[in-house]
Design a protein around this ligand. Structure first.
Ligand code: HEC
Ligand code: HEC
Ligand code: HEC
Ligand code: HEC
Ligand code: HEC
Length: 684
């Protein structure tokens, strides 16, 4: 059912909200130093059972002043579906004391308070301030409340307009909230515990917590399974296997696989299991091409491998949190390394290593380079191994609970232990020391991680039955290190940091992910992140977007929800022939803006894209949400500080082309939009 949106200028619908009534005196502007030190980017989002409730049912942090919860879905995994009230609070930071206009969009009933004053209220519609509202320079208190509607999706979005910029969502770089609130810390801890429970395969050996049945699982990461060990004997070095089995963390300090062997027999047990794995043979296919180390080095730098990897001995400190490749030759045969790079997800669908879709010659070049750079040698195992004994140990020590020995087959969790219950959360895998741990695997958890797992297991097992895409996107963007290549919310990239620290040429300009959830249609981004598009949006780049197939769809959906958008929501107007005709005249140099200098248009390539190539406008029309388009067109550098696309409306309203549509920027850009929207039909 489509909701009717109406405009309601200064519509004051104050509604009782007891949890919000914490006015006190707040003085906008400068905050005491101690309080500033406690701020982190983003707003604190609290959920309540209803608008009169005093204690939140769940708390987390969001990066955008927005929320979208589809009808019948859980607003967070820790709260069941159904009616809810939500409050986003924190500070809105203004660079200067200045006046702004605000706009509030709501499905449900929402209000916007700034510095403890109600500025806007809206119900199932849009409200905007008629008079400008003055913000103090520095920190202004911000509270946004949403009460979900009786029926339909719940949504809230807040945007602002300033003297020198057109309407835009409140930028993430202006939002802050305190990190020291106990309820927030608790909300974040149980989330970390839930994530660890899934990613560390606890359910491979333990029953699910909270009486959850496997058919009910909704958290995508619960599909995580350790890599298949099919063909391990044709792929891995023997010494490396022995050392890895004894203790993976000696080869990789952040290995997620636990130490499972115990006692005096460890060296012999490890040798036996390794000997068993050595018997598992399978043909391994290497890329058939010749290449040099120098070609590999070039690719390693151009593709951004160096943003996530280094070759140092992992014993040395690594400040940029990159994954060590020091032992990669001790681990893989050159053929197996080639196979891994060609299809990193083949034996480990949930691997965090993305798929670069390397061509055979690129693959061979990278293998040559890695072979030359990775110097680590595993300790030679002293014992000879007994494969028959190893096979038994593989089953009895728990390897088989996590690893299958066939590609495409899931490991079978056998002899499952009971789910860790609230009265034994300090024992076994969560024990403080080796003595208490007994025969349980050693995951090497730091204290906070154990506490997070306990917080989750104590009462939140049921959350595995629910998922909230916005949260999935939030945690996976961190887990997958998208910030290796992409800026986001004002933070620089790891790639840039590496080049600054180690020297070398700075990375190319890549799109930032700050606005992705609003900018791109989720259908398009889901296919893009999965690596399914047949052509590249930016063919001029040496870097390339690698594929993350297992997570693509929910990542794209979750990003859209983070920005308060339903996936199909797009206010694009029906193409209008008259306007499209005008728009066409605005593209070329003659009589127009010379967009075609940098942008291809359908089959017509860009005329002189050398300095500042842009995306083919046919692609743009297909992938962009219309909501984003005008604000990009009005002021590209405001959105992407380093972009080379010029600002055509210097005063934000008019352009230099006066003869069409009276130089009205908004009308002209709209006319162009109508034209590029009609392109697909005109292509043939
Ligand atoms: C490879 C199998 C395996 C995996 C995976 C595993 N455990 Fe265990 N866990 C055990 C075994 C075996 C014990 C009992 C040790 C003993 O009896 O001394 C145990 C014991 C425990 C205990 C003590 C209570 C009890 O049931 O005995 C807790 C709590 C626990 N595990 C939590 C976890 C958590 C949390 C994870 C995921 C991070 C996890 N386990 C993953 C095998 C496993
Ligand atoms: C966004 C970060 C990222 C980028 C970029 C990246 N990798 Fe990885 N790579 C990883 C992670 C994380 C792993 C570890 C696998 C896991 O944890 O699932 C990995 C694993 C590997 C491994 C296997 C290591 C092992 O011990 O088994 C190799 C080899 C590798 N990457 C090479 C490359 C090359 C070559 C490139 C550039 C073409 C590259 N990676 C780019 C994140 C990345
Ligand atoms: C709790 C689940 C778990 C258990 C139990 C476990 N592993 Fe692993 N293992 C993993 C994960 C996850 C990885 C991927 C590397 C990482 O992230 O540490 C891995 C990696 C490996 C690898 C390298 C595979 C590759 O493709 O890179 C081998 C070999 C291996 N494990 C063997 C074993 C053996 C042998 C045992 C029993 C002694 C065992 N594992 C027990 C989870 C487990
Ligand atoms: C190794 C570097 C690298 C990593 C890691 C990476 N990307 Fe990208 N990404 C790129 C490049 C290069 C492009 C531009 C590709 C093009 O348009 O042809 C891009 C483009 C994008 C775009 C399109 C943005 C736009 O406005 O056009 C999205 C969305 C995106 N990436 C999402 C992600 C997500 C999500 C992750 C993490 C799961 C990620 N990327 C990790 C290199 C990377
Ligand atoms: C001097 C070169 C240049 C000119 C002239 C130019 N652009 Fe751009 N345009 C760019 C660049 C560079 C980008 C950003 C590409 C990127 O994100 O990597 C861009 C991005 C865009 C986008 C966003 C596309 C997307 O899918 O992300 C649109 C829409 C766009 N331009 C439209 C226009 C229109 C319409 C004109 C003429 C009024 C124009 N541009 C003129 C260089 C130019």
């Amino acid at each position: 059912m489509k909701r009717l949106l109406f405009f309601a200028p200064i519509l004051f619908l104050p509604f009782a909200w007891s949890a919000v009534a914490q006015d006190g005196d707040f003085k906008p502007g400068k905050l005491p130093k101690e309080e500033q030190a406690l701020l982190e980017p983003g707003l604190t989002l609290r959920f309540f059972a209803d608008k009169n409730a005093k204690t939140p049912t769940d708390v987390r942090r969001v990066r955008i002043a927005a929320l979208h919860v589809p009808e019948g879905t859980a607003p967070t995994p820790f709260v069941g579906p159904g009616p809810f009230a939500a409050k986003l609070s924190g500070y809105l930071k203004a660079d200067l004391r200045s006046e702004f206009r605000f706009k509030l969009k709501a499905l449900g009933k929402a209000s916007l308070r700034i510095n403890n004053k109600e500025v806007l209220a809206a119900e199932d519609g849009v409200a905007q301030t008629e008079e400008p509202f003055e913000l103090s320079r520095g920190f202004n208190k911000l509270d946004i409340v949403l009460v979900s509607p009786m029926k339909g999706d719940a949504t809230v979005r807040v945007s602002w307009t300033g003297d020198d910029f057109m309407e835009e969502p409140l930028p993430p770089t202006t939002l802050f909230s305190r990190k020291d609130h106990a309820d927030l810390a608790e909300g974040l801890a149980k989330r970390e515990g839930r994530f660890l429970f899934a990613m560390r395969d606890c359910a491979a050996c333990h029953q699910l917590p909270g009486g959850v049945k496997s058919a009910e699982l909704a958290m995508p990461e619960m599909q995580h399974r350790a890599p298949s060990l099919a063909g391990a004997g044709s792929r891995f070095g023997k010494d490396w296997l022995v050392q890895w089995i004894q203790n993976p963390r000696t080869l990789r300090p952040k290995a997620t696989m636990p130490v499972v062997l115990h006692g005096d027999t460890v060296p012999q047990d490890a040798a036996d299991i390794a000997a068993f794995l050595q018997t598992l043979k399978e043909p391994v296919e290497a890329a058939k091409a010749k290449a040099t180390t120098a070609q590999g080095e070039k690719l390693y730098n151009q593709l951004g491998c160096l943003a996530c990897h280094h070759f140092n001995d992992p014993k040395e400190e690594e400040t940029l949190d990159r994954y060590p490749l020091h032992y990669v030759n001790a681990k893989y045969t050159p053929e197996a390394l080639s196979e891994f790079l060609a299809k990193p997800h083949a034996r480990y669908p949930w691997t965090r290593m993305p798929d670069f879709k390397l061509k055979a010659d690129e693959n061979a070049a990278l293998v040559a380079y890695l072979n030359a750079q990775a110097k680590g040698k595993a300790n030679p195992g002293a014992q000879a191994g007994n494969p028959e004994r190893g096979e038994k140990l593989f089953a009895s020590t728990g390897c088989a609970n996590c690893h299958s020995l066939k590609t495409d087959a899931l490991p079978k969790g056998t002899n499952l232990r009971p789910s860790p219950a609230s009265d034994n959360l300090a024992a076994g895998c969560l024990a403080e020391d080796a003595k208490e741990r007994g025969k349980a695997p050693d995951f090497g958890f730091a204290k906070e991680k154990r506490e997070s797992l306990r917080a989750f297991l104590a009462k939140d097992g049921g959350s595995l039955k629910r998922e909230t895409p916005a949260e999935f996107a939030q945690r996976q963007i961190v887990n997958l290190k998208c910030n290796a290549c992409h800026q986001r919310d004002g933070a620089t990239t790891r790639w840039f940091q590496v080049m600054e620290e180690e020297g070398g040429s700075l990375p190319e300009l890549l799109p930032s992910l700050t606005w992705t959830g609003e900018k791109l249609k989720p259908d398009w981004s889901a296919k893009f992140i999965a690596g399914q598009h047949d052509h590249r949006a930016r063919p001029w780049l040496k870097a390339r977007m690698p594929a993350f197939p297992a997570r693509a769809e929910m990542l794209a959906l979750g990003l859209s929800h983070q920005h308060g958008f339903a996936p199909k929501e797009d206010s694009r107007p029906e193409p209008d022939e008259e306007q499209a005709k005008l728009g066409e005249t605005l593209l070329p140099q003659q009589g127009g803006f010379n967009c075609t200098q940098c942008h291809g248009v359908g089959k017509m390539p860009a005329k002189e894209p050398f300095e500042a190539p842009g995306i083919n406008l046919l692609d743009a029309a297909q992938r962009l949400r219309y909501d984003y388009y005008p604000r990009w067109m009005h002021d590209p550098p405001r959105i992407e500080r380093t972009t080379r696309m010029p600002k055509f409306a210097q005063d934000g309203k008019t352009t230099a082309i006066r003869e069409t549509l009276d130089g009205d920027a908004r009308k002209q850009f709209d006319a162009i939009w109508h034209y590029i929207q009609t392109l697909p039909g005109k292509k043939d």
